[in-house]
Structures are given as structure tokens and as C-alpha cells.
Design a binder for this molecule. Structure first.
Ligand code: GDP
Length: 529
């Protein structure tokens, strides 16, 4: 197979959902179809379970699992599919946002009874802003849920999407009879037997066919005819280009647990989902079929084995071929590095590979060279965009609790920040360190990992901050900006990249400050240019 064909057969995507909607179950069924796993239960949920162990110990356990589920790759009918794992827990939203910079499309899973939930809204918004193509899968049709039309309305309104159903349920819950597939124009009857791996489909190209009445009863058949007529009347016709542009989202219905409607989803997905997409760098747009390799780090996993400082940096390949033992340019360090054992991911295994292609993810063993967002190339100094930091929700001072171990503490903080566990801000006034996180749980994780992996002890001290805003003055030399820096000195800090940040203690302060200094822009994300 040549280079162009290798690119054309790749589909790299993420499944996003609110916890419990059925992401893990769906992933598993997709892997079953690909023959990548043999039985249900093989994919571990990346969910944080509330239970006997304390939450942060649970997170540690999850960290182990999430290495295994970071990338699940499999082959299906000639395509190479890479599923990137996205944590659903809100405290790990940043992880998910970063992973979404490495996907070419997403599947959104929605629970038919619960409808659109909070995390779904947040994650879909990020995808919508980036025009990522999305397919919606409405799950758990074997349960009583919302009316299909109401649910489609809800998806349109709450998620601000323009949808078109490519399948439609026949009944629901106790009366769930199956699905009419508008894409393939056939009826798929539900037997409710989850032991069956592949369900049978009945070809009905013409809904007026009387055999439909025999199969599902005249009343249900008529209802279906009416519904499909309505669907075709209300919703736009499916158009692949609109889907690829992110302006139209096809919807499928099914039950992941019963492996029902999943094959239809997968068959359509491999036909319509995008091949690896071009990516914007600060310098220019990089096309996947360019000869020279380029890629970027979107995730780092560290210290899975506390005995060695092992880190695995996950690189999404944007262009060219990535080859083992070939030196590549680490753009930020302006240094060539080569990798003797790059890992590729297959279902649940990782394996050393010689060559990887655009769309693929490679895991590189790292001793501390990489940060999230780093670019690696054949030689050109390009910088990929699109891995912003967002203002954290929680802020605390971090103090050294063991003066003999300050070196260890600093190193630990540095590395945990590179991994993207939290954000570090250093106060301009006195050099004190402030840790900002998305969830309160992260503080326990950091404390625990500093102690167990770096032998350092820390304590926290509360700090009243509402939001961190990245500062962009119209003119850095203006009197206004000098005045701002003097008056607000106590609330200014530098982030890890040395960018200036204003720590506003309340929405009111932020508003007043903005009014007082109209020539300064206050951004809630680090990447505003
Ligand atoms: P995740 O948090 O999104 O990964 O959700 P899981 O895949 O772990 O599923 C959450 C729960 O919903 C589990 O108990 C699943 O067995 C159940 N579940 C998933 N799909 C279905 C479905 O199609 N029907 C029913 N009744 N339950 C389902």
C-alpha cells in the first residue's frame, strides 16, 4: 500500500459523552466488530467510580487503565480506525479538550432517557467551535426514554446542531422493535438477545411493502411510515460535505449494550468520516500528504512505574511518515531526537512499530523533553496551534512542607505541569507559586504524586481567585498598561510559558478592571491570537 492509500484508509476519532451514557460500552462493541477483542468486558471503563477507596486513589487506579485505553486501534473492512479516549469526568475536562485537538471527528453518545447532559454540552461546544465533524448516537433504546422527535429537538437546541437522522427507532423501551435505517434503507429487527453478536437485517427498500406489516404489525408499520415521512419532511437531506464542514450532524439510534444499531453506525462512519485532516500551524497549514513528517504532543502519561521515571508522550502524526530511529526536530528545544522504540496502539496492546502514518498516534518514551503542545518535525520550524489552556476553576498556594526537599518539589511540580495535571502561576510580587485546577480532586492527586513519585511534601493555602485572565495590552509601552501593572501588581502572575496573567478575585473586580483599562484585553484562554 502506498503513502496516499495509507492516509486515505485512516479514521481517527473520539467518543464524547456525559458519564454513563454508554461510551465504554459502545467502544467495546466497535472493537468487537473489528475483531480486535473477543468478548465483552475487555475494555476497562475510564470512569471515576465512587466507592470504598478515596477518590484520588481511584484516580491513580484510573491512570493505569487510561494508559491502556488512551488509543484503541483496529482494522475494519480495510480501514484503520483509531479511537482516542476522552475522560467524561468534569474534573478531567482539560484532558478531553486536549485530546479533541488530535481527533479528526467525533461520535457523541446521548442517553435516550436523560437526553443532553452537562458534559455533553461543554464538549460538543468545543467541537462545534472547531468545526469537527460529529455523528450523534442516541443510546439505550431498549429502555423507556424520550420521544425521538423531542430528543432531536433537544439536541438541536441545547447543542446548537443541525441534525438529520440516518436511522429511526421503531418503538422504544418495552415496545422497542428495531430500527429503520435511512442510510441503507433497511429494517433491523431487535430480538433483545444480547448474546447475539450480529443482528439480522431485512431489506425493505420500499416502506409501503406489505411484508413490513407482517414483520412488525400493521399499526407499528403505519406509525413508522408516518414517522419516516415526517423525518424526510422536517430534516435536511444528508450531505457529506456539510457533515465534513461541521454544519450538519447525522444521528443514529441504537443500544450499545445489546449491540444493536452499532454496525449501522460503524458502516456509515467508515464511509463518511474524514480521513486525517490538514492542521493549522502558526506558520502555515500542514497537509497530511506532505512528504515531511510533522506531529504534536497532545497527552503525556508519566511515572506509571514509580521505580523508573517513565513518561509516554502521545504524538498525533499530522503529515509524512514517522519512522523509528530517524532523528526529528524538537522545535521548542531546537534539538534533534530519535526514538528507538516508538509504540503504536492496537486495541489494548502497545507494540513497537517502524512506520506510522498521518492520523496515527505514537507513544514515545520520554525522559522529560516533552510538554503538551510540543511540535516534532522533519526539520522545519513550525508550531502547531490549538492546545490552549483555559482559566482554572480553583486556585491555591502551594507551599513546601519539607525544606530539605525543595529541589524534588520543584522538579515534581514542573513535571506534573508538563503533563497537564494542573496549571502553575508564579506571582510577580513575591514569586509564590499558585496551582490552578479544573477540579478540587486534582490537589489531592498532586500532593499524593509529589510524595510518592518525587519524595516531596507540600501543603496548600487558600487563595481567593475567581478567574485567571491572560493579558493582552494594545500597547505594552502605554501609560495605561504601566498603571495597570502598578495598581494590580498583587494580582499579576506569570504562567509556565511566561505569559502575563491577571488573577481576578471576583467577577466584579474583573468587570471594573476591564472598564478602567479599555486598551487591555482580558482572555479566558491562553491562546487568543
Ligand atoms: P460511559 O460512562 O459513558 O463509559 O458508560 P458505560 O458504557 O460504562 O455505560 C454506563 C451504564 O449503562 C452501564 O451499566 C452499561 O451497561 C449501561 N448501558 C450502556 N449501553 C446501554 C444500552 O444500550 N442499554 C441499557 N439498558 N444500558 C446500557
Amino acid at each position: 500500500m502506498n503513502f496516499t492509500q495509507e492516509i486515505a484508509r485512516r479514521r481517527t476519532f473520539g467518543i464524547i459523552s456525559h458519564p454513563d451514557a454508554g461510551k465504554t460500552t459502545l467502544t467495546e462493541k466497535l472493537l468487537l466488530f473489528g475483531g480486535a477483542i473477543q468478548e465483552a468486558g475487555a475494555v476497562k471503563s475510564n470512569k471515576i467510580k465512587k466507592g470504598a477507596t478515596s477518590d484520588f486513589m481511584e484516580i491513580e487506579r484510573q491512570r493505569g487503565i487510561s494508559v491502556a485505553t488512551s488509543v484503541l486501534a483496529f482494522e475494519y473492512e480495510g480501514t484503520k480506525i483509531n479511537i482516542l479516549d476522552t475522560p467524561g469526568h468534569k474534573d478531567f475536562a482539560e484532558d478531553t479538550f486536549r485530546t479533541l485537538t488530535a481527533v479528526d471527528s467525533v461520535i457523541v453518545v446521548i442517553d435516550v432517557a436523560k437526553g443532553v447532559e452537562e458534559q455533553t454540552e461543554k464538549l460538543v461546544e468545543v467541537c462545534r467551535m472547531r468545526n469537527i465533524p460529529m455523528i450523534v448516537f442516541i443510546n439505550k433504546l431498549d429502555r423507556e426514554g424520550k420521544d425521538a422527535f423531542d430528543l432531536l429537538d433537544e439536541v438541536e437546541q441545547k447543542l446548537n446542531l443541525r441534525v438529520t437522522p440516518l436511522s429511526f427507532p421503531i418503538g422504544m423501551g418495552y415496545d422497542f422493535k428495531g430500527i429503520y435505517n435511512l442510510w441503507e434503507k433497511n429494517v433491523n429487527l431487535f430480538s433483545g438477545d444480547s448474546r447475539k453478536n450480529i443482528e439480522e437485517t431485512i431489506e425493505i427498500s420500499d416502506l409501503s411493502n406489505k411484508s413490513l406489516d407482517e414483520l412488525i404489525g400493521t399499526e407499528t408499520a403505519d406509525q413508522l411510515r408516518e414517522n419516516i415521512e415526517l423525518v424526510q419532511g422536517i430534516y435536511p437531506e444528508f450531505n457529506q460535505q456539510e457533515y465534513l464542514d461541521g454544519t450538519l450532524q447525522p444521528v443514529f439510534f441504537g443500544s450499545a449494550l445489546n449491540n444493536f444499531g452499532v454496525r449501522e453506525l460503524l458502516d456509515c462512519f467508515v464511509k463518511i468520516a474524514p480521513t486525517p485532516r490538514p492542521k493549522q500551524s502558526a506558520e502555515r497549514v500542514i497537509q497530511p500528504d506532505e512528504k515531511d513528517f510533522s506531529g504534536f504532543v497532545f497527552k503525556i502519561h508519566a511515572n506509571m512505574d514509580p521505580k523508573h521515571r517513565d513518561r509516554l508522550a502521545f504524538i498525533k502524526i499530522v503529515s509524512g511518515k514517522f519512522e523509528r530511529n530517524v532523528p526529528y526536530l524538537h522545535v521548542r528545544h531546537d534539538k534533534k531526537l530519535k526514538f528507538s522504540s516508538p509504540n503504536a496502539f492496537f486495541a489494548e496492546k502497545k507494540q513497537i512499530v517502524d512506520t506510522s502514518y498521518p492520523g496515527d498516534i505514537v507513544g514515545l518514551h520520554d525522559t522529560g523533553n516533552f510538554k503538551i503542545g510540543d511540535t516534532l518535525t522533519q526539520g522545519e520550524a513550525i508550531h502547531f496551534k490549538g492546545i490552549p489552556s483555559f482559566s482554572p476553576e480553583h486556585f491555591r498556594y502551594i507551599n513546601n512542607a519539607d525544606p530539605m526537599k525543595s529541589k524534588q518539589l520543584n522538579k515534581g511540580i514542573d513535571q506534573l505541569m508538563d503533563e497537564g495535571v494542573a496549571q502553575l502561576f508564579t506571582l510577580e510580587l513575591n514569586g509564590r507559586k499558585v496551582i490552578g485546577t479544573v477540579g478540587a480532586l486534582q490537589y489531592e492527586v498532586i500532593q499524593y504524586r509529589l510524595e510518592h513519585e518525587y519524595g516531596a511534601k507540600c501543603t496548600y493555602e487558600n487563595l481567593n481567585v475567581h478567574k485567571a485572565c491572560w493579558i493582552e495590552p494594545e500597547n505594552p509601552k502605554s501609560e495605561e498598561f504601566k498603571d495597570f501593572k502598578r495598581v494590580k501588581n498583587k494580582f499579576l502572575a506569570k504562567d509556565k510559558k511566561g505569559q502575563l496573567v491577571f488573577l481576578a478575585d471576583s467577577p466584579f473586580t474583573l468587570q471594573m478592571t476591564q472598564q478602567k483599562y479599555p486598551s487591555i484585553k482580558f482572555h479566558l484562554t491562553s491562546e487568543y491570537k
